[in-house]
Write a protein that binds this ligand. Structure first.
Ligand SMILES: Cc1ncc(COP(=O)(O)O)c(C=O)c1O
Length: 391
């Protein structure tokens, strides 16, 4: 998620010095140096703990940074056919694919692209196990379990919430379900520190341990905010080392958000400044088209240069949706038409979720290096990108 906190704190970092007029509007600007810093932290955690760290493409799949990503991580985790293909073709390394439901028409292609095929239920695993047997190279089989231990407070982001469709409840697992299974997968956290992972493990250790002796690996999914400053990385490293020693299993982590945390902004422009009881500002950034988590999570993204007291505006997008509102923001100076603005921490879960509702143009994508100040336009979108999704 771009943030499940109702109000995101946001760290402007090096973007404080970025001249917003250097890019077209709207535009995602990703700081390559910040991505590399995150990747090197993840690499260090992998090295010192012995865990295999995969980048979750669902959060951040800016494949122009694939070579950089692969200098630090072992591969990617994918959510289905298209991400598995992107992972295999653009990134290389290991591809671990998990999908809540695979389709027979796609399964052979996904198997051909994946090193790990992770199933949501024993029924899906049994249905497609014979297909894995025909693969031209060894493919590991995983089963996603639901540890039935909630650490998330928001049901929408809690795969262990009552009635969840994600993973097989641990209480339902029996030894005969594990035929052909090489590993367990669990994904239960969202933007969380190490302690929730430890509590989850402590809650399930006794029940899960009898099954582990027949497995090769254990995948703890994503949701680990490993690159956040206050994350207890030493705790995570010690935990994984201990677990590897006790169980002999290979441990996988699939961070997504942590790869791009505080490494991207979304630049926009003020188009109009009407009033209606409050001061309004219309921008070319649409919450519903460009930052859908603002509405879906919901949350209020932090803005570059916002202050506690000054001139307050309710910012919203150009679309017809009454709820296309980003939030209320206070600036030190009155806004003017044509001013540039930027929302912080938009590298993950925004770029991957954009859409062209109302024909609103997609933001361009730029890569900036805060250490060298080099700026490269990676992509600009046009009418054809809108039209090609329609018929
Ligand atoms: C199975 C799985 N792995 C990895 C991730 C990445 O999580 P995050 O971006 O929060 O680290 C997710 C996120 O939903 C997921 O569902």
């Amino acid at each position: 998620m771009a943030s499940i906190m109702q109000t995101q704190a946001g760290d402007a970092g090096a973007f404080r010095s970025f001249d917003l007029s250097r890019v077209p509007s709207p535009c995602f600007v990703v700081d390559e140096a910040a991505i590399e810093r995150n990747l090197s932290i993840l690499h260090d955690v992998g090295e010192r703990s012995g865990a295999t760290v995969l980048a979750a493409l669902k959060a951040f799949s800016m494949f122009s940074l694939a070579p950089l990503t692969m200098r630090y991580l072992s591969g990617v985790c994918a959510s289905g056919l298209y991400e598995a293909r992107l992972g295999r073709e653009e990134y290389g390394g290991e591809v671990a694919t998990y999908c809540a439901g695979y389709k027979p028409g796609e399964i052979d292609e996904i198997i051909g692209l994946s090193d790990h095929m992770i199933f949501n239920s024993p029924a899906q695993k049994d249905r497609f196990l014979p297909r894995i047997g025909t693969a031209s190279r060894p493919v590991h089989v995983g089963l996603r379990i639901n540890p039935e231990h909630s650490e998330g407070e928001i049901p929408k982001y809690d795969p262990c919430a009552p009635g969840s469709r994600l993973g097989t409840p641990l209480s339902q697992i029996t030894a005969d379900m594990l035929e052909g299974v090489d590993g367990f997968h669990m994904h239960t956290l969202c933007e969380q520190g190490f302690e929730p992972l430890l509590r989850t493990w402590n809650a399930i250790e006794d029940r899960i341990s009898p099954f582990l002796k027949d497995l090769k690996w254990l995948n703890f999914g994503g949701g680990h905010h490993i690159t956040r400053e206050d994350y207890d990385r030493e705790g995570l490293i010690a935990f994984i080392r201990d677990l590897r020693e006790k169980t002999g299993l290979t441990i996988y982590l699939e961070p997504g958000e942590a790869v791009a945390l505080d490494a991207g902004i979304l630049v926009g422009e003020i188009l109009d400044l009407p009033t209606n009881g409050v001061d309004l500002a219309i921008t070319d950034i649409s919450a519903t088209c460009h930052m859908p988590d603002v509405i879906e999570a919901p949350y209020r993204p932090a803005m570059l240069g916002e202050v506690e007291s000054g001139h307050t505006y309710r910012l919203g997008g150009p679309s017809c949706l009454a709820g296309d509102v980003i939030g209320d923001y206070t600036r030190p100076e009155p806004l003017r038409i044509g001013d540039r603005i930027a929302f912080l921490d938009q590298g993950h879960y925004s770029m991957v979720k954009t859409n062209t509702f109302n024909g609103v143009p997609l933001p361009s994508i730029a890569l900036w290096n805060s250490e060298t100040d080099e700026l490269r336009m990676i992509r600009e979108f046009e009418y054809a990108d809108f039209r090609n999704r329609l018929s």
